[in-house]
Structure formats: C-alpha cells, structure tokens
Design a protein around this ligand. Structure first.
Ligand code: GAL
Length: 509
C-alpha cells in the first residue's frame, strides 16, 4: 500500500486541524496495537543461551519493575535448536534446555511474561540450525503446542527466494498463515532486514518488520559490513550504527500503523560501548519512531544508569501512544547526501535534526538530535512543529500555530541513580499502581510506572507526572521551541496546548 491507513487519517486530520483517530484501523491478527516490548538474548549473549539465562533474566525483569513498565516478551533468539526428531519436529538442545521448551514457557507465563522464539524463513537459521522454509505448518504447530506467544522469523539461507516484493512476501506469508491456523495468538516479527521493502507490503501479514541490517553497539561508526546508508539497499549486512539505522528509517517511518511497525532492531542500551547521552538518544529515537522496544542487554547485571534509561516511562508513553503515529523527521542539517556508500556517511559528524509526531488527545512529541561533536542550541518554529498542518495546500488558518503550548521535558524526571541502585539491590520495591511512586521501605523518591495497573494512555489523561515529565517552558503563539542539546544527545518534549488559538480579531492585529 502506498500509505498506511493511519497516514491517511493523519492527513485528513491535518487538513481539518482536528485530532487523528485510530478508529477503523486494526492489526491483521489483533496483536501489537502498540509496539511490542520485551527482552531478547542476542545482542548481549549471541549463541550463549540456555534455560537458566532466560529464567533468571525474567525474574529480574519482574523484580526491577520492567515487566510492569510493559516489557512483556522474553525472546529466545538463535542457537536453541538441536535439529529435528525422526518425524520432523523441531527439538531443543537438551543441554541448554534440560526441562524442555514448554517448561520455559510455563515458567514465564506463571510470572506474567510472554515467551518468544526464533526461526528463519530459510533452510537454516543464521547460525546454521534447522529452520522453517517449507516446514511452516509443522513448525508453527510445534511453537503453538509449546506455548509460544511470539515468533521472530529471520531471513538467512533463503535459497534465493528474494529479489522482488512478491517473492519475499509469499515466503513470509507462508509462516503468517501457518501461525494463524494454529488458533494461538502469536505475535509475528519479521526479521528480513528491510529486503524487498517490507514497509510497502507487510502490514497485512506481520506485526513488525526489520527495516535494516543488524544494529551494533556504536553511535555512528561506519562499517563496511553495513554498507547501506539509504533505505534502498541490497546488502543490509550487520554492524549498523544507531545513526545509520535512524537515517535509513526516516523516509519509511510513516508506513507504520497500529499492529504493524518498523523494527529498528533490538536496543543496545547497557552494552557499554556508547555514552549515557548516546544511549538516551538511541532509546528515545527508537521509542518515538514507534519501533518495538526490545532490551538487548544483560538485565541481571545492569547498572543503575541502564535501568533508569529503560525505565523512563515518559518516553515509553510516547512509544505506546494509542494513535500509533511515528514521529517524522522535519529537518536535517546538513541534509543527508543521497545514495552514498558507507565510506562517506561521516556526514553524521555534524548532523542535527528535528522530529515531530502527533499524539493521542492533541499532544505532540518534538525531539532534537545533535550527532555533532559539540553541544548545540537548536530551535524549531511553529511552522516546523506543525509542518503537516501548514503544508496541506489549504489557505485556511491553522489554529494550533496561534495557541500557547506547554513544553514538558521527558528526560527531566529520569529516575536518580540512587533510586535505580536501590531497586537493583532490592532495597526498594517498585510502585504497585500508577499513583504510588514511593513506598514505606525507603525514603528515596522513585519515578516509575505500572502500566499493568493503568495503561499509558489513561495515565497521560490522568496527568501522571511519571509520564508527563517536567514542564520547562511555554511556546507563545507563532513562537519558537529551543533546546540545548548535548553532543551525541537528544532532547525530547511533549507539547500540550493551553487551548484557545482561534484567529485574532482584526482590531487586535
Ligand atoms: C540475524 C538477526 C539477528 C539475530 C541473528 C541470529 O539475522 O538479524 O537479530 O537474530 O540473526 O543468528
């Protein structure tokens, strides 16, 4: 489809200057109405995975309040397999999974988590274990029988079944149909690295699609193994930096809609090769792009700083906004050269950009990114913020430009290191409901959120400060938004209108 349904609704809303509505849009299988959240072992552990790792990680996700923030799926990536039994059924490695896969699923379910597994739309997985091409029905039934809630489906060893959208669509649809036929709700996460432009066709068969080669733990380092810097790409590769993926994603982000998301790949936050500002930028931009938020670090040893990034409920609330409209890049300076090869993507050295997106209830998200070497003062005008409202070809006045907007800084409420450390060491339990943010066992304040007690959407409506951040300024009618943005950093605001803003009377002009 040329544009998503949500995109059309947003355009109509923009023309009429009223709120976009998600009514009428639906996920093809009813799942992932907001981007999926969870943890996957691959970024931190690669093939070094077993039952003990999954279950100990899951317990820490509960203890640290991460489950209650919405990190629901525990996803077992590649290297779990030991081939097939004599009747062709996939079987797990008995050393890594001594109690079998259904046991892992049961254990996760018993503590309120979902279970994800991995296979490939190829003869082998990327690590050369048995995979599901031609075996879709049998394998989907096996996954359903085992209690699987999520399938990450890779692209290795596809035997040349690629090169046109229809060939790739057909290959991935086979597993989509097989999963549906089991009758078990299983979130379907396509991992075909953007090959054959899945953002153009995957909305009706999958809940998300990877739009790039693999992320790695670097902010902007070019790497020959990730040769593409634009979305038109025949060799997705791996070792793609955060800025490489973000810039490739910018032109295709509007293809997402509730139930069908661009997947910018799993998060590297906590894996130690980026700075705190770089991880904040990575997390924030994945969130406002409406990418799935899949933690990719060792939860059992995570630091206070790492926990406080993954726990920023004000940022997560943007990701989980029910409208499901990704923020889009309004401007980039200097502009990204087209069709460059990896050797010249050093343009990121000085790059700055501004992003906005519409949120439920009339709020907007606005973000500045500075990937340059020095701090920068960046500004955006009302025309920048409401670019879609002022460029729709209508001469009608745009009331929002004439309104006063409150500006909430979504990192200002970040959990303190002391609070995060108290949670890690078990000296503080997390909030048990959306309004309780501290508890009797400690005098330390803790900013967190329990999305299982109150949805993010309801929490925003209730003006929960954990979700709104801190009000730092206002923008006057036709005014300017300004931010001091650290090197390799981000500033993310929620903008909320004070209302009013009709045309001024002639005698006031
Ligand atoms: C890659 C995939 C990674 C990981 C890996 C496992 O193709 O993009 O996320 O799953 O395979 O071998």
């Amino acid at each position: 489809m040329a544009r998503s349904i949500i995109g059309y609704l947003a355009t109509i809303a923009a023309l009429l200057d009223f709120e976009a509505s998600a009514a009428g849009t639906a996920s093809y299988n009813g799942l992932a109405l907001t981007p999926q959240m969870g943890w996957d072992n691959w970024n931190a552990f690669g093939c070094d995975v077993d039952e003990e790792l999954l279950l100990s990680t899951a317990q820490k996700m509960v203890d640290f309040g991460l489950r209650d923030l919405g990190y629901y799926y525990v996803i077992l990536d590649d290297c779990w397999s030991d081939g097939r039994t004599s009747n062709g059924t996939l079987q797990a490695n008995a050393t890594k999974f001594p109690h079998g896969i259904p046991y892992v699923a049961d254990q996760l379910h018993s503590i309120g988590l979902g279970f994800g597994m991995y296979s490939s739309a190829g003869k082998y997985t990327c690590a050369q274990y048995a995979a599901s091409l031609g075996m879709e029905k049998q394998d989907a039934q096996t996954f359903a029988d085992w209690g699987v809630d999520y399938l990450k489906y890779d692209n290795c060893y596809n035997e040349g079944q690629e090169g046109t959208a229809l060939i790739t669509y057909t290959r991935y649809k086979a597993m989509s149909d097989a999963l549906n036929a089991t009758g078990r709700p299983i979130l379907y996460s396509m991992c075909n690295w953007g090959q054959d432009n899945p953002w153009n066709w995957a909305q009706t068969i999958a809940n998300s699609w990877r739009m790039s080669g693999d992320v790695y733990d670097s902010f902007d380092r070019p790497d020959a193994r990730c040769p593409c810097t634009t979305y038109e790409c025949t060799l997705p590769g791996f070792h793609c930096s955060v800025m490489n993926i973000l810039n490739k994603a910018a032109p295709v982000l509007n293809k997402a809609q509730p139930g069908a998301w661009n997947d910018l790949d799993m998060l590297e936050v906590g894996n130690s090769r980026m700075t705190d500002d770089e991880y904040k930028t990575h997390f924030s931009m994945w969130a406002i792009a409406k990418s799935p938020l899949i933690m990719g670090t060792d939860v059992t040893t995570m630091t206070a700083q790492t926990l406080s990034i993954y726990s920023n409920a004000a940022i997560i609330a943007i990701n989980q906004d029910p409208l499901g409209i990704p923020a889009l890049r309004v401007w980039q300076s200097p502009a990204q050269p087209q069709n460059e090869t990896y050797s010249t993507d050093a343009y990121t050295a000085g790059e700055k950009s501004f992003w906005t997106g519409q949120l439920n209830g009339g709020d907007y998200v606005a973000a500045f990114v500075n990937s340059g070497p020095a701090p920068a003062t960046l500004t955006a005008t009302m025309n920048d913020i409401f670019i879609d409202l002022v460029t729709t070809g209508s001469n009608a006045p745009v009331p929002r430009l004439m309104q006063t907007w409150d500006v909430y800084d979504l990192w200002a409420n970040r959990m303190s290191d002391a609070s995060a450390q108290a949670i890690i060491t078990g000296n503080m339990t997390m909030a048990t409901n959306a309004t309780s943010k501290s508890n009797a066992t400690s005098t330390l304040p803790v900013q967190t959120y329990n999305a299982t007690a109150m949805s993010y959407a309801n929490g925003v409506t209730a003006n929960d400060t954990a979700l709104l951040g801190v009000k730092v300024s206002t923008i006057a009618p036709m005014g300017t938004l300004m931010a001091q943005v650290p090197s390799h950093g981000v500033v993310v605001y929620r903008l909320r209108s004070q209302g009013g803003g009709g045309m001024r009377k002639r005698d006031e002009l």
